[in-house]
Design a binder for this molecule. Structure first.
Ligand SMILES: Cc1cc2nc3c(=O)[nH]c(=O)nc-3n(C[C@H](O)[C@H](O)[C@H](O)COP(=O)(O)OP(=O)(O)OC[C@H]3O[C@@H](n4cnc5c(N)ncnc54)[C@H](O)[C@@H]3O)c2cc1C
Length: 426
């Protein structure tokens, strides 16, 4: 019996362990992790491929993290099922661990569509350290790659492969890349710098078939797009997206939608069972509802909130929203909240575009409250804008100044500054 059992030991699992130990220094904790060394920064796996980081640099907690926190770390082990009535987690070797409080922090898994030839040697997904290591091992003998998907993961792996000297073709089904976080103008700016780096971007297409090499059909030799075009390549990386890993809870009483449903304490509908991170639908303060937000800092915070509550300290999840800070191919971009609202009278959109300086700013307002921020190539004001947004500040009186180059905290009326930065302005 372990007082606390946590399945998954990445951002959310780590956040939970730290919170539990703040409150309960002695309660037994067991962590179950399929990955042998789970305490690494997942967002950095592309840095391993590009050569920017090594294994040590990627570690987000020291080697001794589990021992120091007196955690029984069952690494390289898979939780295969849950028995919620008898409160235990069954493991891959037929053993099981009983729990008083359980956290599901199983994260996400890559979405892999059916593609003929996807079992060939040289086809990869890209979400784990092991994926990155396997890809890295192949990169040395490769000259070209096709990356399927022009989202955050697709662009980051593309950049890594370009840095390794590969000729990359990025294939994106939508009309623009990064369409979940950027509008067409900002997306075009990124596309331009990526193209300048030698990448071929094909939009409105996907890959229907992976073909073999003439001398060895088991090895990747090319990709056939949905329009029939053929691209020669040695590697294919499937980077279409990540979906919540819910196999452990499916068929149990735990309620799910696209992810596991939780309340503001990160507790599921089943008492003593919590969920956090990419597997859970947590509160988005922009949309005013729970949704999937697969982001590292949010996963860690959600895990922390779950950990506090599991250990008996009431904590509310304050909410998060979509937030990306990118610097692909040298162009800094910040995108927060709603980047690309549908044509709707409810939204007011302020933009400033200076193509000569490659500069773009966009603020989306709803009822004079900021609900979306995009800043490209000039991200200095992101902090103030985000605080206004997070606090739901009414910006009616100074909204025309939001995009000015001089906009800063001093532009914000003093009464509002107190609300936005309560600690600093008495
Ligand atoms: C390439 C890439 C780049 C990214 N870049 C960014 C970025 O720049 N910024 C950002 O904020 N976010 C980024 N993310 C997203 C971020 O990594 C995730 O939001 C975060 O890792 C989620 O943490 P988590 O703990 O919920 O789940 P995960 O990190 O997915 O970890 C879940 C863990 O649980 C284990 N597990 C699952 N099921 C079981 C089971 N049944 N038994 C045992 N173990 C199990 C998994 O093996 C895994 O180790 C990126 C993700 C990827 C893949």
């Amino acid at each position: 019996m372990s007082k606390y059992v946590i399945v998954g030991a990445s951002a959310a699992g780590i956040g939970a362990v730290e919170a539990i130990r703040e409150v309960d220094p002695i309660g037994t904790i067991t962590v179950i992790s399929e990955e042998p060394c789970p305490q690494y920064s997942r967002p950095m796996i592309s840095d391993l491929v590009s050569g920017k980081a090594n294994f040590e640099k990627m570690m987000c907690r020291e080697d001794q993290f589990w021992q120091k926190n007196e955690v029984q770390a069952l690494t390289g082990r898979t939780a295969v099922s849950l028995n919620l009535a008898d409160k235990y987690v069954a493991l891959d070797k037929g053993d099981h661990v009983n729990f008083e409080k359980l956290l599901i922090a199983t994260g996400g898994k890559p979405f892999v569509p059916k593609i003929e030839g996807a079992d060939k040697d040289g086809v990869f997904t890209f979400t784990t350290l092991s994926d990155a290591e396997h890809l890295l091992a192949k990169v040395e003998n490769a000259t070209s790659a096709v990356v399927i998907g022009g989202g955050l993961i697709g662009v980051s792996v593309t950049e890594a492969l370009v840095k390794r000297g590969l000729k990359v073709t990025m294939v994106e089904l939508k009309d623009t890349i990064l369409s979940l976080i950027l509008d067409p103008t900002a997306s075009e700016m990124v596309e331009n710098v990526i193209r300048k780096a030698g990448v071929t971007i094909v939009t409105g297409q996907s890959v229907q078939r992976v073909t073999g090499k003439p001398e060895d059909d088991r090895a990747v030799g090319g990709a056939v797009l949905t329009n029939g075009d053929q691209v020669q390549c040695d590697l294919v990386i499937i980077a279409i997206g990540v979906i919540p890993r819910m196999e452990l809870v499916s068929g149990t009483d735990v309620k799910t939608n696209r992810g596991v449903l939780v309340d503001s304490f990160m507790q599921t509908n089943v008492s003593d069972v919590y969920a956090s991170g990419d597997v859970a639908e947590a509160y988005d303060f922009v949309f005013g509802e729970n949704r999937l937000l697969p982001l590292w800092p949010l996963a860690q915070l959600e895990g922390k909130v779950a950990g506090y509550n599991m250990a008996g300290k009431k904590a509310d999840y304050p909410g998060g929203t979509a937030m990306s800070a990118l610097k692909y191919f040298g162009i800094p971009i910040i995108s927060i909240g709603i980047a690309n609202p549908k044509e709707d009278d409810a939204y007011e959109i302020l933009t400033k575009h200076d193509p000569e300086r490659n500069l773009y700013k966009k603020i989306v307002l709803k009822d004079n409250v900021i609900v979306g921020i995009t800043l490209a190539n000039d991200i200095e004001q992101a902090g103030v804008l985000f605080h206004l947004m997070k606090n739901g500040a009414n910006v009616k009186k100074f909204k025309q100044e939001l995009l000015s180059e001089d906009f800063c905290l001093a532009t914000v009326p003093r009464s509002l500054r107190k609300k936005v930065y309560p600690g600093e302005y008495k």
